[in-house]
Design a protein around this ligand. Structure first.
Ligand code: NAP
Length: 254
């Protein structure tokens, strides 16, 4: 039986900024005990100062050793009821013929293998207790191609396949698999990372329309996690009203 309702222990990856940080706040406000993880521990410490039910935990999801140590820590401190696989990112907007192998490798390591590593590691903990939840933050890029996006759409499609396949493989067990697929969300770092620190290019992504806020996605995650135990929210695709496709955005004045 999946134990739903408040006061569950939930791990959030990529919690130091953006959607992950907003998700930590949201889940903490809903009454859950949140393990907030990312590499920049000082940012997590600041979150833990604001919420007594948030535990900061330094974690690089591309490291086998760090993920193993996390599981030991979780086992020793009460287990786990859910994970939000949120850490991820895009690099570049190159056409396939110009795609940078190192950039594609970075995206694969972070989005696909990082999510796989964490999911494999915590699954026994979720099975151990009263069951649990696995949230995967993919993207609309997991659902449609766009020119220049193959590196990112490729890894997000792979994350989606990981999630949908796992749901089929473990159906009947008390573990829910929930995919959240956002369109453009104006977070501080996502586009800066994509454009290797070029702030002008990053700013343009969000000009001329109202993009989503990190809170919009955090709210959806919080809602999906707090559904009654017999309800599995398979997939939520959430876009700004003015975005009909990754590259079809009704921009005004730009
Ligand atoms: P973001 O602002 O760039 O934040 C990325 C987070 O991932 C940070 O907390 C970062 O923290 C963490 N991270 C990066 N590398 C890591 C690693 N090796 N190990 C652990 N944590 C790592 O991204 P966001 O906009 O919030 O996006 C969050 C998720 O939503 C991503 O999966 C992204 O692909 C997806 N998404 C974003 C958008 C959007 O428009 N923003 C749209 C659709 C989907 P540290 O650097 O401190 O580790």
């Amino acid at each position: 039986m999946v134990t739903t309702g408040t006061d569950r222990r939930i791990l959030v990856t990529g919690a130091s900024t953006g959607i992950g940080e907003k998700t930590v706040r949201r889940l903490a406000e809903q009454g859950h005990r949140v393990v907030a993880s990312a590499r920049r521990k000082e940012r997590l410490d600041a979150l833990a100062e604001a919420y007594s039910n948030v535990e900061p935990y330094r974690l690089d999801i591309t490291s086998d050793e760090e993920v193993t140590a996390l599981v030991d820590h979780l086992k020793a401190t009460g287990g786990l009821d859910g994970v939000v696989n949120n850490a991820g990112g895009a690099l570049g907007l190159d056409k396939v013929e110009d795609g940078d192998l190192d950039g594609w490798r970075w995206m694969y390591e972070l989005n696909v293998l990082g999510t796989l590593r964490v999911t494999q590691a915590v699954l026994p903990l979720l099975r151990d207790g009263d069951g649990g939840d696995i949230v995967v933050v993919t993207s609309t890029a997991a659902h449609e191609p766009y020119e220049g996006g193959a590196g990112y759409t490729g890894v997000k499609h792979a994350e989606r396949m990981l999630s949908t396949t796992l749901r089929r493989e473990i159906v009947g067990e008390p573990v829910r698999i929930i995919e959240i697929a956002p369109g453009n969300v104006a977070t501080e770092e996502f586009s800066l990372t994509r454009f290797s620190g070029d702030a002008e290019l990053a700013k343009k992504v969000y000009e001329g329309y109202q993009p989503l806020h990190g809170e919009d996605i955090a709210e959806a995650i919080g809602w999906a996690l707090d559904r009654p135990e017999h309800v599995n929210v398979d997939l939520m695709i959430i876009r700004p009203r003015d975005q009909a496709h990754s590259t079809k955005i009704a921009k005004k004045g730009v």
